[in-house]
Ligand binder design. Structure first.
Ligand code: ADP
Ligand code: ASP
Ligand code: MG
Length: 415
């Protein structure tokens, strides 16, 4: 951006729920924004609701309609961010920084009509750019948009990250900074492994895997968006100064670490149908009705038995567990299978690293380390840059720490 002949950077900063968690914290964020502005940068700020607020709002909605997830849920959930944009704009004004708050529909940020998981389709950046040119700092509500029929929509939990990145793309910003309560992306969640180490850099591809496999530090869609539109993305702390973690396009000069990080997902549940007559079409007969019921299946394993029967195991989101179990019992009866069992107390633990492409032996080292720690593996799935295992939930911390140590993640310098 060029103003009065002085080249300035246009930066989108997103502040998460913890950073917005109290009036003191909002005033702290206002001081940070003011200092960036003083350095001559143009800023567009995106904020989340106060921490815990979206949970509280959704709980209220569920207390009336436990199964609903349509238009009114979004109407309710979106109010959390409407409060914090106003508060931050006030705090900035108090510091003498001209600021104006915008809801998603005032920008507007257009989305499709998939309530609770809407996708951004188009952003009209003109108002925000005009503010920047006039020296005003726009504060935009994360997580929300305007549906095709004029309804309020929300982008899925953690969706303010995606608002930040999408705005940075639409505004052709020089950088998108995601400010949170950790000072970057770590080798694993520091809440589970205190020895986790901050990464200076990570590739989009690895970050996307980590996010998809359960690392909630960035919403999956924000990483997809940043990769697609090549938005320079950095994760930093609101509370401590530091360089944070840069999410980069793949850099061939970078020495590729074997493993970059460990992700885990507590949201899984496992269903097994035993003694299914082994004939063509069995997988479709089981998973067809599950898919028709809008239940997303994650991992699938089928064992071929010697007696003409097979066992079929798959995982679904824990929220869908009861529903899937019920449905699977009906399918099992139709197929004359022997039985159905399930477990909702399981987790998925995954190793991610682009270095896996060129190195064999990662899987066997993973399995050996888990075995030595006495952890039984229930399921395994692999792809080019990740290996996932399903284990009992009680082993989550032990599995993460065992693997973190086995792959030397605590010592190695960031690539
Ligand atoms: P915000 O409210 O700022 O969006 P989130 O709670 O969504 O913050 O994301 C930050 C949290 O993500 C951290 O507090 C941390 O516990 C968790 N996290 C999970 N995996 C990682 C990881 N690999 N690196 C850093 N933080 C992680
Ligand atoms: N407030 C929303 C949530 O809790 C969006 C966000 O914080 O990113 O999911
Ligand atoms: Mg978040």
């Amino acid at each position: 951006m060029d103003k009065d002949g002085i080249a300035m950077a246009l930066i989108v900063q997103k502040y998460g729920g913890t950073s917005m968690g109290s009036i003191e914290r909002i005033e702290h964020v206002a001081r940070k924004v003011a200092s960036w502005k003083q350095q001559g940068h143009a800023l567009v700020v995106v904020v989340s609701a106060m921490s815990g607020e979206t949970d509280r709002l959704l709980k209220l909605a569920k207390s009336i309609d436990p199964r609903g997830n349509g238009r009114e849920f979004d109407q309710i959930a979106a109010t959390g961010e409407q409060v914090t944009i106003g508060l931050l704009a006030l705090a900035l004004q108090k510091l003498g920084v001209p600021s104006r708050s915008y809801t998603g529909w005032q920008v507007p940020i257009h989305t499709d009509d998939a309530y609770m998981k809407a996708r951004i389709q188009k952003i009209e950046p003109e108002r925000l750019l005009a503010d920047c040119k006039a020296g005003i700092v726009p504060v935009v509500a994360g997580f929300q948009g305007l549906g095709p029929d004029g309804s309020v929509t929300t982008l899925g939990r953690g969706g303010s990250d995606t608002t930040g990145v999408a705005l940075a793309a639409a505004l052709k910003a020089d950088e998108c900074q995601i400010y949170t309560d950790v000072d970057g992306v770590y080798t694993t969640d520091p809440r589970v492994e205190p020895k986790a180490r901050r990464l200076d850099k990570i590739t989009f591809e690895e970050m996307l895997e980590l996010a998809s496999l359960g690392s909630k530090v960035l919403q999956i869609r924000s990483v997809e968006f940043a990769g697609k539109y090549k938005v320079p993305l950095r994760v930093l702390s609101t509370f401590v100064e530091g360089p944070g973690t840069l999410i980069t396009l793949e850099d061939t000069q970078m020495e590729e670490p074997l493993i970059s990080g460990i992700a885990f997902n507590r949201d899984e549940a496992q269903i097994t149908i035993t003694g299914v007559p082994d004939r063509p079409g069995i997988a479709a007969a089981i998973l067809g009705p599950v898919g028709d019921a809008n239940i997303e299946v994650d991992m699938i394993v089928q064992n071929v038995g010697g007696d003409g029967h097979t066992d079929f195991t798959f995982t679904v989101h824990r929220n869908d567990y009861e529903r899937t179990l019920e449905l699977t019992r009906r399918i099992a009866a139709e197929l004359a299978a022997k039985g159905v069992s399930g477990a909702a107390d399981i987790v998925k633990v995954s190793l991610v690293g682009v270095g896996m492409r060129s190195h064999a032996g990662v899987a066997s080292k993973m399995f050996k380390s888990l075995a030595a720690a006495g952890i039984n593996i229930r399921m395994i799935s692999t792809s080019e840059i990740k290996i996932s295992v399903v284990v009992d939930e009680m082993y989550l911390e032990l599995a993460v720490r065992t693997l973190h140590k086995a792959f030397g993640l605590e010592e190695r310098q960031a690539a």
